[in-house]
Write a protein that binds this ligand. Structure first.
Ligand code: C2E
Ligand code: MG
Ligand code: MG
Ligand code: MG
Length: 289
């Protein structure tokens, strides 16, 4: 009986695996076509400066309008894109689309605000990454001071010389550099001294439910102290509630981002959101809204 059960379990498992790989293969095939079919879209999530209460930037986050599966968030395809190398082409599309949209907003009469773009490790390690970026800067004529790349700590644990070279090249181009999901990597922090980093984004796992997790309070306070001592700006990610907002504010974070203000929105909705937010901001202080 036990043996039969075991075999059944195995059979289920094997069928599951097969299903998984078929599913994955079809996603992979679709992903290869997605750029030329124009199925990607960037959503934008506002970043608010806590001192002024103003919207001062936004993060571009990719979405995929899959013809059958509907709207997909990165959790469904970024890993496949990385494993297949497709992330290089997709990432290039992301940078150029973000720059194009930034310029379009300026043409519409918006004040310039920073636009942050996520860069994946494989993309960052391409030997022609900086040339590609420079080309996009020239083509879109974006002021690079408004462009920020979000990198991850893991990138700094690889081939140090190439990393240093790329970082300095990007910095020379005038692009801002941020460390995303800060505090989740296991690197020693000396890279912060060596590299031209402008901002840290405190990972949302430290912000979420902060009132129930006293240890997170200590971790964020440590990151705040670190950032201050190195003159780095600090963004609190994943701020969902008033409690988390007040806490981020009182602990010394300079910027916040999260559902408390807005989910990531398509460009047009983002535009509307910013207009309405400005209107609100005239009537209430940040602590009231
Ligand atoms: P990330 O860069 O850390 O982005 C923040 C993620 O948290 C986004 O998920 C965002 O929608 C979500 N988020 C923002 N505020 C809140 C909040 O208050 N509560 C909660 N629970 N979540 C919040 P998203 O858009 O699904 O992206 C997930 C990850 O995928 C990103 O994490 C980033 O690592 C990656 N990603 C997104 N767009 C791109 C891209 O264009 N290129 C690359 N290479 N990676 C990307
Ligand atoms: Mg990010
Ligand atoms: Mg993050
Ligand atoms: Mg992340």
């Amino acid at each position: 009986e036990a043996k039969r059960n075991g075999r059944n379990t195995y059979r289920h498992y094997a069928a599951g695996m097969q299903l998984y790989s078929l599913d994955r293969m079809s996603l992979e095939t679709d992903l290869r076509l997605a750029i030329e079919r124009n199925e990607f879209e960037l959503y934008y999530q506002p970043q608010i400066a806590l001192d002024s209460g103003q919207v001062v930037g936004k993060e571009a986050l990719i979405r995929w309008h899959h013809p059958q599966r509907g709207l997909l968030t990165p959790i469904h395809f970024i890993e496949i894109a990385e494993e297949t190398g497709l992330i290089v082409a997709i990432g290039q599309w992301v940078i150029s689309e973000a720059c194009r949209q930034h310029q379009a907003w300026l043409q519409e009469g918006f004040q310039p605000m920073r636009i942050s773009v996520n860069i994946s490790a494989m993309q960052f390690y391409q030997s022609d990454f900086c040339d590609m970026v420079e080309h996009i800067l020239k083509e879109t004529r974006i002021n690079p001071a408004y462009l920020e790349f979000e990198l991850t700590e893991s990138m700094f644990m690889q081939d140090a010389d190439a990393v240093v070279r790329t970082l300095h090249q990007l910095s020379r181009l005038g692009i801002k550099l941020a460390i995303d999901d800060f505090g989740t990597g296991y690197s020693n922090l000396s890279y912060l001294r060596k590299f031209p980093i402008d901002r840290l984004k405190v990972d949302q796992s430290f912000i979420k439910g902060i009132e129930r997790e006293p240890i997170n309070v200590e971790i964020v306070k440590t990151i705040v102290a670190l950032a201050r001592s190195m003159s780095l700006e600090l963004v609190a990610e994943g701020v969902e509630t008033d409690v988390e907002l007040h806490w981020a504010e009182s602990s010394g974070c300079t910027f916040v981002q999260g559902y408390r203000f807005s989910q990531p929105l398509p460009a047009e909705k983002f535009t509307r959101w910013v207009r309405e937010y400005k209107y609100q901001a005239n009537q209430h202080s940040l602590a009231d809204i």
